[in-house]
Design a protein around this ligand. Structure first.
Ligand code: ADP
Ligand code: MG
Length: 678
C-alpha cells in the first residue's frame, strides 16, 4: 500500500462510494490518513449488562434471539436480545433489515450504542455490533467521529481506516529526523495511528502534540521563507519629509496619541527602505488607524506616486474616501483622492479613469476589484489594506504580482490576534500595535438582557433617543441565505416601526440592498433622518456615526466574541456615553463569552480569551481562509507554538537544503502561496 493508491483499492469501496469520499476531498490513502477526526466518543469501557447506566455504553455479549419485521410500510424493525453472564438487554434497529440475518447465536460480540429509555424500557438503539474475535472498529474502543457527507458515515470511514491501517502505520516521516528527536515528538506514523486508533487519552495527547507541532512548524517555515524572499524584492523608496509630516499633524483637529505617533514613525522608517514594507497595524476599534494610514500615504503622494486603499465593502470605502479627503484637504492634497467603487455610474468611472491616467488622482480608495484594474503598477508605491482578513488571498496576490517593483504594504486590522502569536505565525509581517485609544472617550457600558427585561430596556433606550441620540439594532445572520437574513432584520424592523418605537423614525439596512441603496440609507442615518437603524451585520466594520450612542444586538449569543466587540465599537465614537445592549434569544444561562464582553472593553484581552475558549484555531476567524486554519494546534498553546516557531527558524539558519524534505516542502509551498502578502 502506498499513499498515492486510490481509495477504491480498499476493500468495500467501489466507484459509487469513492465518489462520496471525493466529496470530502479524499481521493487517495494519503488523503485518508490525513483526514483528522473532529472529535471522539469513548466506548472503550466494556460494561457488565447489570451495571449499565444510561448513555454511551459497550457490552460483550452473545445474541440469544433476533428477528425482523415490517411494522408498517417503509418501517422495518429488528429486535434482538443480547446476554452476558450478568443479564440481558434488548437491541433495536430501525430500517436495517439485514441485521437479523447477520447476528449469529453462539458467537461473542462487542456491542456499542446508546443505552436509553424507550417506552419504559432501557434498550440499545441502532447499536454497532462486531465479532469479538475481530479487531474492533466501530465498537468497544474510543471511536473517532469524522466529518461525514450524505451516504458516508463515520462507521464507514472507520472501516476504511482499519483497512488502510497497514499504510497508516507505515507513513513516512515528514519532519526532519533531528527535530523529531530533539522535540521528543512521536513519529508521523505513530501519531497518525494514535489519532485514528487511539487506545487512551494519552495516545490522543501524543498525537495532537506531534501533529500540532508539525502544523505550526510548517506555517512558521512558510512565513519565514516568504520574509526571506520579500527581503530580496525592491520597493520604491519613499523619503521622509519632516516638514510635511509636521504640517499634516498640525492641521489635525486633535492631538495624536503616543501610540499613533510611535506606529507612524515605525512606518516612516519602513517606507524609506528599498526593502518592501509588509506591516500589520493592529488596533482596537476606534484606536485611530485611519489617520495613521493617511500619514503614510501623504509621504508617497508628495513624491508623485500612487497609493491604493482597499476596503472590504463599498460603504466603508466611501466613508474612508470622505474621511481622508477631510484629512488631506488642509495640506492641499485632497484633490489627489479618488473613489473607485462598482456602483459609480459609467460617466463617473470614465472620469475617474482619465483623472488617474493624467495623474490628477493618485490616492485611489475603493473596493479591490476596481482598484486592481485602474492602478498603474509602475507608479504604485503603497497599498493600504483595511481589515485585511476580509480580502481574498488570490485578489491580493494578483494585484501585487503585476508590478515591476513591489509596493509597500500596510494592513490594518481591528480583530487582533495577540501580538506574540501574530509574530509567531506571521513571521513575514512586522506588527505594530495601537495599544492606546484617543483620550476623552468614556468606556462603553455593556449589558446583557433577556427578553423578559425588553420592556424596561426600551424605556431606558427611549430616554436616550429623547435626548437626540440614535441607535443601531443588529440582527444575526440566521442562515447563509441573504434572503432569510434580510427577513429576520425585516421582522425586527416592522416590530419596532409599528409597535415598540412607532413614534420614532426607523430605517432598515440589509445585504439584499444594492450598494447605492445601502449608501443612501446610511447617509440618511448619518443625517439623523432615522433615530433607529435596524441592520444585519453589514455595518460591522468601520462605519462611523458619532451621534449613534446605542447598539442593541439581537440574539447576541449567536455572534462571536470578536464580532460583538467590533459591533460595539460602532457606538461611543462621539462625546456621549455609549451603550451596548446584548439581547438574548431566550432566558438560557449566559455564556462566558458574553460575560467577558460585559466586563471588558479591551479588544486584545477579549482576543486572548476568545482563543482560550476556542479549540484549534481559525486564524483569521473567517471561513474563507479555512486553508490556513489550524486543525489540531490550539492557538492558545503558547509553548507549542513558540517551540515550533523556533525550530523552523533554526532549520532555516542551519542552511540545509530543504528540498530533501519532499513531503514537508509540498505543504510549505502550499502555505507560502496562501500566507504571502506580497
Ligand atoms: P479605527 O482604528 O477603528 O479605524 P478610526 O481611524 O476610524 O478608528 O478613528 C475613530 C475616530 O477617532 C475617528 O472619528 C477619528 O477622527 C478619531 N480619532 C483618531 N485619532 C484620534 C486622536 N488622536 N484623538 C482624538 N480622536 C481621534
Ligand atoms: Mg477603521
Amino acid at each position: 500500500m502506498k499513499g498515492s493508491d486510490a481509495l477504491h483499492t480498499l476493500p468495500g469501496i467501489g466507484p459509487a462510494l469513492a465518489k462520496k469520499y471525493a466529496i470530502l476531498g479524499l481521493d487517495t490513502l494519503h488523503d485518508l490518513a490525513d483526514y483528522y477526526p473532529r472529535r471522539y466518543e469513548d466506548y472503550s469501557q466494556v460494561t457488565a449488562i447489570d451495571k449499565l447506566l444510561p448513555g454511551a455504553v459497550s457490552i460483550a455479549a452473545s445474541i440469544i434471539s433476533s428477528k425482523g419485521r415490517y411494522v408498517r410500510r417503509g418501517m422495518h424493525i429488528t429486535e434482538a436480545v443480547a446476554q452476558d453472564a450478568t443479564g440481558s438487554v434488548r437491541l433495536v434497529w430501525f430500517n436495517q433489515p439485514y441485521r437479523a440475518a447477520a447476528l449469529k447465536s453462539g458467537h461473542q460480540y462487542f456491542i456499542s450504542g446508546n443505552y436509553e429509555l424507550k417506552q419504559q424500557r432501557f434498550i440499545l438503539q441502532n447499536p454497532s455490533v462486531e465479532l469479538a474475535s475481530d479487531l474492533p472498529t466501530n465498537t468497544a474502543r474510543i471511536l473517532p467521529i469524522y466529518r461525514e457527507t450524505k451516504g458516508l458515515t463515520s462507521r464507514q470511514i472507520r472501516l476504511a481506516m482499519r483497512n488502510a491501517e497497514p499504510y497508516i502505520r507505515s507513513v513516512p516521516e515528514s519532519l526532519p529526523k533531528t527535530i523529531v528527536t530533539e522535540q521528543k515528538l512521536a513519529s508521523k506514523q505513530q501519531a497518525l495511528a494514535y489519532l485514528h486508533f487511539p487506545e487512551s487519552a494519552e495516545d490522543l495527547e501524543t498525537a495532537r502534540r506531534r501533529l500540532g507541532f508539525e502544523e505550526v512548524f510548517c506555517l512558521s517555515l512558510a512565513s519565514l521563507l516568504n520574509k526571506q524572499e520579500n527581503r530580496t524584492e525592491t520597493a520604491l523608496q519613499i523619503a521622509f519629509d519632516e516638514a510635511l509630516a509636521k504640517t499634516f499633524v498640525g492641521h489635525l483637529p486633535f492631538m495624536l496619541t503616543d501610540a499613533q505617533r510611535k506606529v507612524a514613525w515605525q512606518i516612516y522608517k519602513d517606507l524609506q527602505k528599498v526593502e518592501p514594507m509588509n506591516r500589520l497595524v493592529e488596533g482596537d476599534v476606534g484606536s485611530g488607524k485611519t489617520v495613521v494610514a493617511a500619514m503614510a500615504a501623504v509621504m508617497a503622494l508628495a513624491q508623485g506616486w500612487q497609493v491604493a486603499l482597499m476596503a472590504p465593502t463599498e460603504l466603508l470605502a466611501r466613508q474612508h474616501a470622505e474621511t481622508i479627503y477631510k484629512l488631506l484637504d488642509p495640506i492641499g492634497y485632497a484633490s489627489t483622492v479618488g473613489l473607485l467603487v462598482g456602483s459609480l455610474n459609467q460617466a463617473k468611472k470614465t472620469k475617474a479613469r482619465s483623472a488617474i491616467a493624467s495623474g490628477d488622482i493618485r490616492f485611489m480608495i475603493g473596493t479591490q476589484a476596481l482598484i486592481q484594474e485602474t492602478v498603474d503598477m509602475q507608479k504604485l508605491a503603497l497599498i493600504i489594506i483595511d481589515e485585511q482578513h476580509r480580502f481574498g488571498v488570490d485578489q491580493r496576490k494578483t494585484l501585487m504580482a503585476k508590478a515591476g517593483h513591489m509596493p509597500h504594504v500596510l494592513s490594518l486590522t481591528a480583530t487582533p490576534i495577540p501580538r506574540t502569536l501574530a509574530l509567531t505565525l506571521y513571521g513575514e509581517l512586522d506588527v505594530s500595535v495601537l495599544d492606546q485609544k484617543p483620550g476623552g472617550r468614556m468606556p462603553i457600558i455593556t449589558e446583557i438582557h433577556s427578553p423578559n427585561s425588553r420592556k424596561q430596556l426600551y424605556e431606558k433606550i427611549e430616554a436616550e433617543l429623547v435626548e437626540g441620540r440614535q441607535m443601531f439594532v443588529v440582527c444575526p445572520l440566521i442562515t447563509d441565505s441573504t434572503m432569510l437574513e434580510a427577513n429576520s432584520a425585516e421582522k425586527v424592523y416592522e416590530q419596532l416601526r409599528k409597535k415598540d418605537f412607532k413614534h420614532r423614525r426607523v430605517g432598515l439596512l440589509h445585504g439584499k440592498l444594492k450598494p447605492e441603496e445601502k449608501q443612501a440609507v446610511m447617509e440618511q442615518f448619518v443625517k439623523h433622518d432615522f433615530d433607529i437603524l435596524v441592520s444585519t451585520t453589514v455595518i460591522e466594520v468601520g462605519v462611523d456615526v458619532p451621534n449613534a450612542s446605542i447598539m442593541l444586538v439581537e440574539s447576541s449569543e449567536r455572534f462571536g466574541l470578536a464580532q460583538l466587540h467590533q459591533l460595539r465599537g460602532r457606538v461611543g465614537r462621539g462625546k456621549d456615553q455609549g451603550y451596548c445592549y446584548l439581547m438574548l434569544t431566550d432566558s438560557k444561562p449566559v455564556s462566558r463569552r458574553l460575560r467577558a464582553l460585559e466586563s471588558s472593553n479591551d479588544g486584545f484581552k477579549l482576543a486572548e480569551l476568545d482563543l482560550q475558549l476556542r479549540g484549534p484555531g481559525a486564524i483569521y476567524g473567517t471561513s474563507q481562509h479555512g486553508a490556513l486554519d489550524l486543525r489540531i494546534a490550539k492557538l492558545s498553546d503558547v509553548k507549542l507554538i513558540s517551540s515550533a516557531r523556533q525550530a523552523a527558524q533554526e532549520l532555516i539558519d542551519s542552511g540545509v537544503n530543504l528540498v530533501q524534505y519532499t513531503e514537508l516542502m509540498i505543504t510549505v509551498t502550499r502555505l507560502r502561496a496562501i500566507t504571502n502578502l506580497n
